[in-house]
Design a protein around this ligand. Structure first.
Ligand SMILES: N[C@@H](CCC(=O)N[C@@H](CS)C(=O)NCC(=O)O)C(=O)O
Length: 380
């Protein structure tokens, strides 16, 4: 076996993100479409029930798209995507995490709340992921649709009262990206960074592909549509000679403001609930109430951002401390104070066992991307 094997699905958010990264880096891979049996087999190998899972030619496995990217970037060389300049690399990490985690709910909302979208994708999943179930296609379609609605709508706190706020998140991010991409090919400059890949999973596999959000993107944000195609079509020769971003490019103000206004307050509420031992977290955003299961993975995400922020030298930290309030106002100042807090005694190592403990399972009920993951992404 000479190439990488990506175990995932053609409709999957994080599989699409990983595939785009591998294509941009010129790393050949084969996509192995999961079914229910192989999903369980991969989970039993890595200890984590999620997709994608990456099988290396030497038999080792990697999981978690962000950590897989970190793994390849540590051997990066000339087609690196992490900005060299520390403050910019921190901003790229913040945007990556915001894109990865905060657009999950709007992506699932559009896919499973609207009839044409749910019908299309339930048919694709019935014929791909569920193809090994000895049931008629119609029944498989019904099963997957009910399961996704239960997990990713009801289970992720989507209600009639907050549906329009969820739609506004999508539209606001589109507008912010359209403005960032108005004069350059990638979010932070002439080269792609981790920030681009963080937004790619939702933008490519959901928003540009599912009929309801795709119609919005086509009319409202053609630059974003163009960026989706550009990133999917990217090869190393197209950016290897371009310089890394050296300054914070104009037009990112709204995207950073949204990260500070919408996402970081949720991360803070989630962390507080986790530390209090609660299973559920409730918070207000855009004047409506949200309530979901506490997500330990996202506690870890906040700790990662903090550790990154605190490990920078004084000048880089001072730079970020100027940028966030200048774009996010009061919420930017709150973001800075959140990032300054010590990681503290609850620091997560995410060294989680093959079988989760009863309490961690209870805390993550129904939210499958919240599994705790091993310390190091490589598993034998
Ligand atoms: N943080 C993980 C998230 C992976 C994830 O949540 N993947 C979704 C699909 S895109 C999943 O496995 N869902 C499991 C399910 O739907 O049962 C990553 O970056 O790879």
């Amino acid at each position: 076996m000479t190439q990488l094997r990506v175990h995932g699905l053609e409709v999957s958010y994080f599989t699409g993100k990983l595939e785009a990264y591998l294509r941009a880096k010129g790393l050949p891979y084969e996509l192995v479409e999961m079914d229910t049996r192989s999903f369980k087999r991969c989970a039993s190998i890595t200890g984590v029930a999620q997709m994608p899972q990456l099988e290396l030619a030497d038999g080792r496995w990697l999981t978690d798209s962000t950590q897989i990217i970190a793994h390849f970037e540590s051997a990066a060389a000339e087609v690196a995507i992490y900005p060299d300049e520390p403050a910019l690399c921190f901003i790229a990490d913040l945007l990556e995490d915001f894109g990865d985690e905060w657009l999950w709910r709007p992506a699932m909302y559009y896919r499973w709340s609207f009839e044409p979208d749910a019908s299309l994708v339930s048919d694709r999943l019935a014929r791909s992921m569920l193809r090994d179930l000895p049931l008629p296609v119609l029944l498989r379609r019904w099963l997957i649709r009910s399961r996704q609605r239960r997990h990713f709508l009801q289970g992720d706190g989507v209600t009639r009262a907050n549906a329009s706020a969820i739609e506004a998140i999508y539209v606001d991010v589109l507008d912010a990206m359209q403005s960032a991409l108005s004069s350059r090919p990638f979010l932070m400059g002439e080269r792609p960074t981790q920030a681009d890949f963080g937004f790619f999973g939702s933008m490519f596999r959901h928003f540009a592909s599912d009929p309801t959000p795709a119609a919005v993107m086509q009319m409202r944000s053609p630059k974003v549509l163009q960026w989706v195609h550009r990133l999917w079509n990217l090869t190393p020769d197209q950016f290897v000679d371009q310089s890394m971003p050296a300054t914070l490019a104009g037009g990112l103000d709204r995207l950073l403001c949204l990260a500070c206004e919408d996402y970081l307050p949720y991360l803070e509420a989630n962390e507080k609930a986790f530390e209090a031992g609660a299973l559920q977290v409730s918070w207000q955003s855009r004047n409506v109430e949200f309530s979901t299961a506490v997500n330990p993975y996202r506690v870890w995400c906040l700790q990662q951002l903090r550790s990154h922020f605190q490990s920078m030298d004084g000048a880089a930290r001072a730079q970020v401390e100027v940028w966030l309030p200048s774009f996010g106002g009061a919420s930017g100042r709150m973001a800075v104070s959140l990032l300054r807090q010590a990681v503290g005694p609850m620091a997560l190592a995410l060294s989680v066992p093959r079988r989760m403990t009863a309490s961690s399972r209870a805390g993550t009920k129904g939210v499958l991307n919240s599994h705790w993951r091993p310390n190091h992404p490589i598993h034998h």
